[in-house]
Design a protein around this ligand. Structure first.
Ligand code: ADP
Length: 247
């Protein structure tokens, strides 16, 4: 096992839907401690790449190695257990439960005492919930019912629910959609912080936000990489301006 291999290494990945290649021979690598943002026009294949990584969609060909484990051969729940967390755009929090209970429920099953279905509220769980709540700016709302949170706070709670499972790769689809300016700034700070020791993979359309978070940007177009590098380099790339940024 080599240490210099990227945490996520995608090679020759292809998926065809009725002969149409939504992802076409993709080679894509993400490092630990990295915030990577994927941009590109609608239909470029961004969501499909995330679907392939989390096992929601099966690849037609190619490989997805995460920490040297082949994800294309694994089921969705096994991929979660391997350390991959995905936040979808549609919220999945329990509105009538508290912030605490929402976080508590996301604590990995494997740690429940004797595998019992009834949850045991151990000191370890409480500590972890409190630490995650601080991380996502919700320590003051810990015992508040989730439906009373702002839209942005609900998005953070979902990120917190993923953090409870201690993922090493977090994937987020347009995390600041509908957020206020101050919530966007705090989300940028949060993503920077959670990328320490992990990898964060984000799909985003808001170029100001991309600029504030991306260590590296990948531009997808027709299922292939059109450009990759710093925000400055992709913004100055004439091909990128032509198919995406110029519109
Ligand atoms: P993006 O997220 O960049 O907007 P998508 O990954 O959602 O793009 O879609 C890429 C292309 O693949 C689109 O043309 C879309 O219609 C097609 N596609 C995605 N999922 C499916 C599916 N399950 N069946 C058929 N076509 C699909």
């Amino acid at each position: 096992e080599s240490n210099d291999r990227p945490v996520l290494a995608i090679e020759d990945l292809t998926v065809s839907f009725d002969g149409f290649k939504a992802v076409d021979g993709l080679n894509f690598y993400v490092e630990r401690n990295e915030v990577r943002v994927v941009i590109g026009p609608n239909g470029a294949g961004k969501t499909t790449v995330l679907d392939l990584i989390c096992g929601k969609t099966q690849a037609t060909a190619g490989s997805i190695q995460f920490k040297n484990r082949e994800l294309t051969k694994m089921r969705e729940h096994e991929i979660v257990q391997a350390g991959v967390g995905r936040k979808f755009q549609t919220p999945s929090i329990y509105e009538n439960l508290s912030v605490f209970e929402n976080l508590e429920m996301s604590f990995p099953r494997g740690r429940k005492v004797f595998g019992a279905l009834v949850f045991k509220r151990t000191a370890e769980v409480v500590e972890r919930v409190e630490a995650v709540a601080r991380e996502i700016f919700l320590d003051a709302q810990l015992y508040q019912q989730a439906d009373l949170l702002s839209h942005g706070q609900k998005q953070w709670l979902e990120i917190g629910m993923l953090l409870m499972q201690e993922p090493e790769l977090l994937m987020l689809d347009e995390p600041v959609a509908g957020m206020s300016v101050s919530e966007r700034e705090k989300t940028a700070e949060l993503l920077g912080r959670i990328s320490k020791g992990r990898s964060v993979l984000v799909i985003e359309h808001d170029m100001e936000f991309v600029k504030s978070i991306a260590h590296k940007v990948t531009v997808l177009h027709q299922g292939k990489i059109l450009a990759e590098g710093s925000m400055e380099s992709v913004q100055a790339n004439p091909k990128v301006i032509e198919v995406y940024l110029g519109h």
